[in-house]
Design a protein around this ligand. Structure first.
Ligand code: XBP
Ligand code: MG
Length: 263
């Protein structure tokens, strides 16, 4: 009897966007939501703190609905809420992409370096995110340049799957589109909803935390870092074994992947 060989060689890097590639939430998405509310004459202003609570729900439309249910009295919810939310979301996407075009939201430390190294070494790249596709295009083009969209074989984003993170669907979609098994890939995430989604798709996951996610439960991650780091800007290891490295490069990613596969 022959058994099909299981391929576990690392072939692809799957990146979350918000919070992982860039700290977009506090000074990007939140600000854009507030600008949209203002444009529509609504007095809904989301503070940095309130937004932390709202991040429990992924997806901008879903997050606005959650806000009306959790923070507004029934009589303060506009009658037109079902049609208003998609309109507000369109305005929010416009404000968000305009904000990115100003260059106000950079990539996190080490992201550009790791992506460049991964490309040079022939790793396949994909994006798996909850955010709207236009937002991904805006972030990538304004940070990595016009051609960078082409570097990612699959950009799985937004409403392409009906169930957003923490459901595994967006990662399952990306894996299927790349015709790869989960063991051949590694995911990069920053939040509990993100890692629930990636682990749900059986992907080993590297975490870089941020202010909104530092207290989340990442006990099943390959490693938890404060950032990817740079040669001159060491990361802090919050949990896991960095094998004496001081920043995340492809060699460390390969080691972490192998270690997780062999567990
Ligand atoms: C990202 C999100 C997104 C953005 C808003 O989660 O939750 O909802 O905050 O994007 P993840 P849209 O990093 O886990 O993908 O307004 O375009 O939906
Ligand atoms: Mg994220």
């Amino acid at each position: 009897m022959t058994t099909k060989p299981v391929n576990t060689e690392l072939k692809a890097f799957l990146f979350d966007v918000d919070g992982t590639l860039s700290d977009t939430e506090r000074d990007g998405h939140r600000v854009a939501f507030n600008r949209a509310f203002e444009e529509y004459g609504l007095n809904w202003q989301w503070s940095v703190e309130t937004y932390g609570v709202l991040l429990e729900v992924t997806g901008g439309k879903e997050r606005m609905k959650f806000y009306t249910e959790k923070f507004l009295a029934k009589e303060d919810i506009p009658d037109s809420i079902e049609t208003l939310i998609p309109e507000l979301h369109k305005a929010k996407t416009r404000h968000y992409t305009e904000l990115l075009a100003t260059g106000a939201i950079p990539l996190r430390p080490g992201v550009e370096r790791l992506i460049n190294e991964a490309r040079q070494r022939g790793f396949r790249l994909a994006i798996a995110t909850t955010t709207t596709p236009e937002n991904v295009t805006a972030l990538l083009t304004h940070t990595l340049g016009q051609d960078s969209i082409e570097w990612f074989e699959v950009i799985a984003a937004g409403d392409i799957v009906p169930a957003k993170k923490p459901a595994p669907d967006i990662y399952d979609y990306a894996l299927k589109a790349m015709n790869l098994s989960a063991d051949e890939c590694i995911a990069f995430e920053d939040s509990i909803n993100g890692i629930k989604s990636s682990l749900g798709a059986n992907l080993n996951t590297i975490i870089t935390i941020n202010d909104y996610t530092k207290d989340h439960d990442f006990s099943n991650a390959c490693i938890v870092l404060d950032q990817m780091g740079e040669p001159e800007q060491a990361f802090s290891v919050i949990a896991g074994d960095a094998h004496n490295a001081t920043y995340l490069d492809c060699d460390l990613v390969i080691k972490l992947h192998q270690q997780a596969i062999n567990k």
